[in-house]
Design a protein. Structure first.
Length: 167
């Protein structure tokens, strides 16, 4: 719902399923943190490559979810440095100053906080980061399917020979 701009309807869903408000907030924050974990790594990857266009695309998606998170979100300090984080924030700040991206301006107007500072506090570079399944390729949607991974594991265990249940 956040992705589709229907954040206001989250409260209606919480009430219709009779979920206590505190529990609903915990669920939303946990889901957002998991998704932000991925988005931040993708944003840092674009920033590292000095791909400003994609960096801004990722930052806009990050900001949609950032307001539902009260703590920092881990990013892989083994892949990304503090300079990558600074580059991401600098690209964002430059785009804010230019005021040419209408979608970004809309996001900025929606929130009553300093989004540059929010990004700075949100991204926690840590060497103890646990990468998602298949790393960056999995995040980008270029990874293998679970079925393909199972087949590869089976073939590896059986040296590529098929074993039939009926003999």
């Amino acid at each position: 719902m956040i992705e589709n701009g229907q954040e206001a309807e989250l409260n209606d869903i919480q009430q219709s399923y009779d979920i206590p408000e505190q529990r609903a907030q915990e669920i939303i924050e946990a889901c957002c943190k998991k998704y932000l974990d991925q988005l931040i790594n993708l944003g840092l990857r674009s920033a590292r490559k000095f791909d400003d266009k994609n960096t801004i695309l990722w930052v806009k998606r990050i900001l949609k979810y950032a307001m539902f998170v009260t703590t920092s979100v881990d990013a892989d300090a083994n892949l990304f440095s503090e300079d990558d984080k600074k580059q991401l924030i600098a690209v964002f700040q430059t785009e804010v100053d230019l005021k040419q991206d209408q979608e970004l301006q809309s996001i900025i107007e929606q929130y009553d906080v300093d989004l540059t500072e929010k990004l700075r506090e949100l991204i926690n570079l840590t060497e103890e980061y646990v990468a998602p399944l298949q790393g960056m390729e999995g995040l980008m949607g270029n990874g293998k399917s679970f079925k393909q991974m199972e087949d590869d594991k089976y073939n590896e265990q059986n040296n590529g020979k098929k074993a039939w249940a009926w003999g």
